[in-house]
Design a protein around this ligand. Structure first.
Ligand code: T4K
Length: 431
């Protein structure tokens, strides 16, 4: 699946800045004429997508276990070398169905350092989220803290392979076995990643994927549950289709979690480019690492070291004492330059309204990490020149931190545009 992608000609080239007074927070023009988003979809294989959609329309079979959906499920299963892939309408529903399929009740232990969809899915399934801290090195569910929170009400552990870093799957499996707990992984960020050579999709009772537009393989909206468990796979197929076991025979309460043929067509085409997108992401990650090496207090985090990684997120860790600027101040500097850096998943799920009201857990590593993390743009819409310009902005800002801190503009958090009106060229040619 290593297909060439003609990386789009980005029209809005950066203007390189050399002096602090050129920074936008000091009154200069933004470095980028148009916003550079985190999560810009990798739109690839446009001609192939349109051909597939045309075929779908000709067949007049738009959803409900269509031909393209089956092809997509098989392709994902092959890619992850897992027995079953059950594709659904999004990653949140994938989590909800996984939890329903495994009959989670009582309490479920999970990290607070995740997108809010993870605890929400626990609550939708009727269980209660119990947040545990993350491991200081990997930033994934800490087996020691998870173990300490197990009580007779606990029914499951949910690990999150955050930003492609695979959890400590061996220790979590041991704990789950010893305490007879179900084990689910939210692998929304981790398709294509491996642990000890085993691809994500093969761990725990099942793993869930997101194919949202912002993911490196996308179906516009989509998700999937991957499992090697035949019974669970069968149950999930009923659950996704209103509980129908056969036409006319409802086996259980179900929902409508089906993926349409059009989404499957986009997903299948995207998956065909997965390896090339990973190569581009890896190049971007390497370039960020090189460019940021000499910036005090800014470290580009290396995920899943020694293993295969999809590099779909580039994470800068900002150490305020060395950088002279806080993460938020640096984010404001970048946003003023039209680099829409994000501080995912601040302030942590434990501090979001529905969960905070129950009393905030003490999660020291989660809180510390969430003060330092800045997610930078990557994917096929970003090129090496852009990365050089982004790094140069951060270098100028940290070099002149004391000067910048005297300005009020550095404390102004610019809102993110809800909908972008800018049209990026996409790659139409696939070879
Ligand atoms: N578990 C984890 C660990 C997850 O991270 C997620 C989702 C889930 C579960 C649930 O999976 P899904 O149900 O979403 O399949 C985004 C995504 O919406 C969400 O999928 C993702 N994680 C989360 C980390 O990020 P937002 O609210 O930050 O931003 P959004 O979707 O508006 O897009 C971000 C930026 O991307 C925008 O500023 C502009 C750009 N963009 C976005 C879209 C949708 C485009 O340029 N084009 C587009 O079509 O949530």
């Amino acid at each position: 699946m290593n297909i060439r992608i003609d990386v789009p000609e980005v029209m809005c080239r950066a203007s390189m800045k050399n002096r602090v007074d050129q920074l936008a927070v000091c009154g200069g023009a933004p470095c980028f004429a148009e916003p550079l988003h985190v999560g810009r979809p990798n739109v690839v294989g446009k001609a192939k997508i349109l051909q597939r959609i045309s075929d779908i329309l000709d067949r007049s079979w738009l959803t409900n276990d269509g031909q393209v959906l089956k092809e997509f499920e098989q392709a994902v299963a092959n890619y992850a070398t897992v027995k079953h892939c059950i594709a659904v309408c999004n990653g949140t529903v994938a989590l909800q169905l996984a939890m329903r399929g495994l009959d989670l009740q009582g309490e479920v232990i999970l990290p607070a350092l995740t997108f809010v969809a993870t605890p929400h899915a626990v609550e939708w399934s009727g269980a209660r989220s119990v947040f545990a801290d993350v491991d200081r090195n990997h930033w994934t569910l800490d087996p020691v803290d998870a173990l300490a929170r197990i009580n007779p009400q606990t029914t499951a552990l949910v690990g999150v392979h955050l930003w492609g870093q695979v959890c400590d799957v061996a220790r979590l499996a041991d704990i789950a076995t010893e305490h007879r707990l179900k084990l689910i992984y939210d692998a929304s960020h981790a398709l294509g990643c491996t642990h000890s050579g085993t691809p994500v999709g093969n761990f725990g009772d099942c793993e869930t994927i997101s194919f949202h537009a912002t993911k490196f393989v996308n179906a516009a909206e989509g998700g999937a549950i991957l499992t090697n468990n035949d019974d669970l796979a069968e149950r999930l197929r009923w659950l996704r289709n209103f509980g129908f076991r056969d036409p006319g025979c409802v086996a259980s309460i179900g929902t409508n979690g089906k993926m349409s043929e059009v989404s499957a067509a986009i997903g299948l085409t995207s998956l065909e480019h997965a390896d090339r997108i990973i190569e581009i992401n890896a190049e971007n990650q390497g370039q960020y690492q090189t460019e940021c090496e000499s910036i005090p207090g800014v470290t580009i985090r290396q995920f899943n070291a020694g293993q295969r990684c999809n590099f779909q997120y580039v994470i800068a860790e900002v150490d305020e004492t060395q950088a002279g600027l806080s993460r938020d101040e640096l984010m404001n500097v970048l946003r003023a330059e039209n680099v829409l850096a994000r501080r995912y998943f601040y302030p942590g799920c434990h501090r979001l309204t529905p969960y905070e009201a129950r009393g905030v857990e003490s999660l020291p590593w989660t809180d510390a990490i969430l003060q330092r993390v800045l997610v930078l743009p990557t994917g096929i819409a970003v090129d090496q020149e852009d990365i050089r310009a982004i790094a140069q902005i951060m270098r100028l800002a940290t070099t002149h931190a004391a000067d910048l801190r005297r300005r009020t503009t550095i404390r102004q958090e610019l809102p993110l545009p809800l909908v972008s009106t800018h049209s990026y060229p996409v790659s139409a040619d696939v070879h």
